[in-house]
Design a protein. Structure first.
Length: 59
């Protein structure tokens, strides 16, 4: 049986954050869409932003 590689990431919301484990190659944008209010997702160390919403433009 093949073991799935997992990693811990930090989900940031207004006023707090929480860790979750995801598959190493998982699409974090999908997780963010399923968790409205997510401001950004960072690596476990809190040093690298892995996902953040795209800036909205005024067309």
């Amino acid at each position: 049986m093949t073991k799935v590689k997992m990693k811990t990431v930090l989900f940031f919301r207004e006023g707090f954050f929480y860790p979750i484990e995801v598959k190493e190659n998982e699409d974090l944008a999908v997780h963010a869409e399923l968790n409205p209010g997510t401001l950004k997702i960072m690596d476990e160390s809190g040093q690298k932003i892995l996902w953040q919403p795209e800036a909205k433009t005024n067309d």
